[in-house]
Unconditional design. Structure first.
Length: 411
């Protein structure tokens, strides 16, 4: 298929998704509601929504930052499971929420070590009816505006980044996000002193900065370096979007929502097939019996021949696998005796392509010396690092990921 044909197919598929599976964003502005449609991998502001509604549309309502309150909370994994996390967050609201009754909340969890790092936004329930009365249909998702922007940057998996956008009264809002929500800090910056205080508190001054495209990066309180760029929002990560799904409303653009009705239809279809099959079997018993008697001998011979060929093929495959199989027990024994006492393995993966590779992941006090140590193992032909070696300031250890090229004897 030529590149022109491929681009045309891509355009047609994009039009199909935009027509039948539209992504709609609703923002609450001072002048009223602002609508945006996701088109050509970007959000486009529109004056109004299409007159016809699709049952597969995904409509996300953003709660303004001015009416919500944010807090980063921590829960131990050993006492709070993922299934009970919502209940734990709801009970925890009474400890810090500015409103004790009539509240709604949104939480976005990330596991960091032995704790859940949970970003929680809370707002008053009385705010929602005033917005809902302006909508023709209820939204499928409700998210805080700040959470949506962070989740839609497409860099949420990066170790650290900063998001900057305008606040109230000409102020700025700086959001620091670290890997796994180890840090999620939202600070209002009103002057250059606040900005410098925020900058000096960063773990790394070269942390990438993403400025909201509705703000002018040239007006930032401090001079930005080359690591500053304009934020480009796409679709939010699935975990953040799922956290804002409204109960009682089906988001048909999510493939998992189709699982239950599709399963019910398939079960009904299977039952119908079984019923029809029983009727046909009962009516055709005599014909089937005659046909079976006439061809039973030839069918049995053919089946036996096919079975013998299948078994022979399996035996040949087993012999080939046995001849090419590596002695992994010997390799693991060599690893346990060769690795120094200050090295710990966390994960081992065997790759059978190209003669055989073994990838090991772990931590050590001196990871830089491990490659030379591992190449002393008779079964190892070559050892190479797959990641840079950086010492963890918290544990003092150096995480490593090493790929071992195994020696394979020619058969």
């Amino acid at each position: 298929m030529s590149s022109w044909s491929e681009s045309r197919v891509a355009r047609e598929l994009s039009k199909f998704r935009e027509r039948w599976f539209p992504k709609i964003l609703i923002e609450v502005k001072a002048s009223g509601l602002q609508y945006s449609l996701y088109q050509a991998s970007d959000w486009v502001v529109v004056d109004s929504l299409p007159g016809t509604h699709s049952v597969f549309e995904q409509k996300t309502l953003l709660i303004p930052d001015a009416v919500s309150f944010f807090k980063l909370r921590r829960f131990p994994v050993e006492s709070v499971s993922k299934q009970t996390l919502r209940e734990a967050v709801e009970l925890d609201l009474t400890r810090w929420s500015p409103w004790q009754e009539g509240v709604e909340f949104y939480y976005w969890p990330k596991r960091s070590g032995d704790h859940w790092q949970v970003a929680v936004w809370v707002w008053q329930s009385s705010y929602m009816p005033t917005v809902m009365q302006s909508l023709e249909t209820k939204p499928t998702h409700v998210m805080p505006e700040r959470a949506w922007k962070i989740a839609s940057l497409g860099v949420i998996e990066e170790p650290d980044f900063i998001h900057v956008d305008g606040g109230e009264g000409g102020s700025w809002v700086y959001v620091e996000v670290a890997e796994g929500f180890a840090t999620l800090r939202i600070a209002a910056v009103n002057n250059e002193t606040d900005a410098k205080r925020f900058k000096t508190s960063l773990r790394n001054e070269s942390t990438p900065v993403y400025v909201d495209r509705q703000s002018d990066s040239a007006c930032l309180p401090w001079e930005q370096s080359s690591n500053c760029s304009t934020a480009k929002y796409s679709l939010p990560v699935s975990s953040a979007l799922a956290a804002g799904r409204q109960s009682g409303i089906s988001d048909w653009s999510d493939p998992f929502v189709w699982a239950r009705p599709t399963g019910a239809i398939l079960a009904l279809y299977v039952c119908w097939l079984l019923g029809e099959g029983l009727v046909l079997l009962k009516q055709g018993d005599e014909v089937q019996e005659y046909s079976s008697q006439a061809s039973s001998v030839s069918i049995e011979v053919l089946d036996a021949r096919v079975e013998v060929e299948r078994i022979n093929a399996l035996l040949a495959q087993i012999d080939l696998m046995r001849a090419n199989q590596l002695d992994l027990e010997s390799i693991l024994a060599s690893l346990s005796t060769t690795l120094p006492n200050n090295a710990w393995l966390e994960h081992i993966e065997y790759l059978g392509d190209d003669g055989g590779w073994l990838e090991i992941t772990g931590k050590s006090e001196q990871s830089s010396t491990l490659a030379a140590v591992l190449e002393r193992i008779p079964e190892v032909e070559q050892a190479m690092f797959l990641t840079d070696i950086r010492r963890d300031k918290r544990t003092g250890l150096e995480p490593f990921k090493i790929r071992l090229k195994l020696v394979v004897d020619d058969q």
